[in-house]
Design a binder for this molecule. Structure first.
Ligand SMILES: Nc1ncnc2c1ncn2[C@@H]1O[C@H](COP(=O)(O)OP(=O)(O)OP(=O)(O)O)[C@@H](O)[C@H]1O
Ligand SMILES: [Zn+2]
Length: 480
């Protein structure tokens, strides 16, 4: 089956056919760098990283462009608040963004352009729109004439008249039409500015994406992405600018990710209901957060809560435990003949690749894809002690393929388990040395048949959430 994607422009799932066979041009709106990123930003970036990886896994040659909005009112406000130049803010938060994304195991896009490094391209595009009659200068601002562009609002399926009637749109003397939007903003005293034919000023937000996407990907892109909140006005305005300038369709497939919500409300800076990526990574492993973000379909909303993250953690641990079990059997090297249980695992192993592809080909359904992985894990758990080593090695390879494509489950299993153990131990009320001393004391007690003391020690540790497991090789422990 071919890849099908949900296209916001047509409101339906369509077969994905790149404009140039074998090649894909993808542009995703990046963050405005004025503060630390929250989990909503993490989702948008992880989702498009997953899409980038999957397209590459299908053998496509993808040029992925993700910008930094490094000049904007929000950046200027923050700089004024902190009493520093605007670029100190943008440079600092670009660095922070890069660190966060690296921790979430994102692949680097092919290009990461900054708005401030493309001012000549932006000015040329604004001038072109003026020359073609789609834009007009008003004082030192330049506005786009929305009613000149025929397809305006075709992405969000809104209607200009209804919007005007329904909303209280402020009348701005400088504009011909209240919905006209700024392409270039004249600088107020003390604001950062660039020279332009319209005086000192800076670009509007929408125009930078039109200028940079065209520079790196040409007039028509295969994919343009971003969060649902960008459909209007940002993406609608990008379409107007780009199509008015080039006379060609701007984007073939528009892809939008759903929100990370808190109590059914979008996590956002302005509402103040956000957790930064850094906050969350204090408490959870980065792979757990990535796994959580990919455990829902990218267009569905996800509720951010401690409980949901804990569930993701348990789920990921379940997968890694099964993989660690496989590694243990492979390392021990004792083979086993095929059994009824191993026959079932054999069948699941044979179909997992196809089931994964089918789920991902259906508009990148990672929720379904991970469901298939859990199904395989159940079979692994049943068949692990009674399966041929050759089959276990094959299962391991199948999971590794999926893991690389999704960017989850590709740590070395024992290392992941150790990471989880270390994280949990660091929150423990009892130091590791004390646990081990008690385990040694318990072993002595058991040797001396003092089961009362041995049970006492077990209960004492359990009260501190430490679970003991007696095995042939001695006693191991884990955090409950
Ligand atoms: N809660 C969220 N869930 C999913 N994606 C989000 C969320 N919040 C922002 N995004 C996405 O993150 C990307 C970067 O957004 P941008 O820098 O414009 O955010 P912002 O508007 O500054 O953030 P906020 O919405 O918190 O004010 C966009 O694609 C946006 O849609
Ligand atoms: Zn954009």
């Amino acid at each position: 089956m071919a890849l099908r994607v949900y296209n916001t422009l047509t409101g339906s799932k369509e077969e994905f056919v790149p404009i140039n066979p074998g090649k894909v041009g993808m542009y995703v709106c990046g963050v405005t760098v004025y503060d630390h990123c929250h989990i909503g930003h993490a989702r948008a970036n992880v989702v498009f990283d997953m899409i980038y990886r999957y397209l590459q896994a299908k053998g496509l040659d993808v040029t992925y462009v993700r910008n930094y909005t490094d000049i904007d009112d929000k950046i200027i406000n923050r700089a004024n608040r902190d009493g520093v130049p605007y670029n100190e803010i943008s440079e600092r938060f670009i660095e922070e963004f890069d660190k966060d994304m690296a921790r979430l195991m994102l692949q680097l896009p092919t290009f990461q352009p900054k708005a401030t490094e493309h001012i000549p391209e932006i000015i040329a595009l604004v001038q072109r729109l003026i020359d073609k009659g789609y834009a007009y200068a008003s004082g030192s601002d330049v506005f786009f004439r929305v009613d000149r562009f025929e397809g305006y609002l075709k992405l969000s399926k809104r209607n200009l008249e209804d919007m005007q009637a329904g909303a209280r749109i402020e009348v701005d003397e400088k504009k011909e039409h209240p919905m006209d939007f700024a392409l270039w903003k004249g600088a107020k005293p003390g604001e950062p500015y660039w020279e332009s034919p319209w005086g000192h000023g800076r670009p509007g937000w929408h125009i930078e994406c039109s200028a940079m996407s065209t520079k790196f990907l040409g007039d028509t892109l295969d994919i343009h992405g971003g969060g649902k909140d960008l459909i209007f006005p940002h993406h609608e305005n990008e379409i107007a600018q780009s199509e008015a300038a080039s006379g060609k369709p701007f984007v073939k497939y528009w892809l939008h990710n759903g929100f990370v919500n808190i109590n059914s409300e979008k996590m956002s800076k302005s509402l103040g209901n956000f957790f930064t990526i850094k906050d969350v990574l204090e408490r959870y492993d980065a792979e757990v957060l990535r796994f959580f973000l990919l455990s829902a379909h990218y267009r569905s909303p996800i509720d951010f809560s401690d409980q949901n993250l804990k569930e993701a953690e348990l789920g990921l641990e379940r997968i890694y435990k099964a993989l660690a079990g496989i590694d243990e059997r492979l390392a021990a090297g004792t083979d086993h003949a095929a059994t009824e249980e191993s026959a079932e695992l054999e069948e699941k192993c044979g179909s997992i690749g196809a089931r994964f592809t089918e789920a991902m080909d259906d508009d990148f359904n990672t929720a379904m894809a991970l469901g298939h992985v859990f199904d395989l894990v159940r079979s692994i758990n049943r068949a692990l002690p009674v399966s041929p080593l050759e089959l276990l090695a094959r299962v391991k390879r199948e999971v590794a393929n999926i893991a690389t494509t999704l960017g989850v489950c590709d740590s070395v299993p024992v290392e992941f388990m150790q990471r989880m153990k270390d994280r949990k131990t660091s929150d423990m009320e009892i130091p590791v040395e004390e646990i081990e001393a008690l385990i040694a004391e318990r072993a002595e007690a058991r040797k001396a048949k003092d089961f009362k003391r041995s049970d006492e020690i077990r209960d004492l540790l359990l009260a501190k959430n430490i679970v003991l497991l007696d095995g042939k090789e001695g006693t191991t422990w884990s955090v409950k």
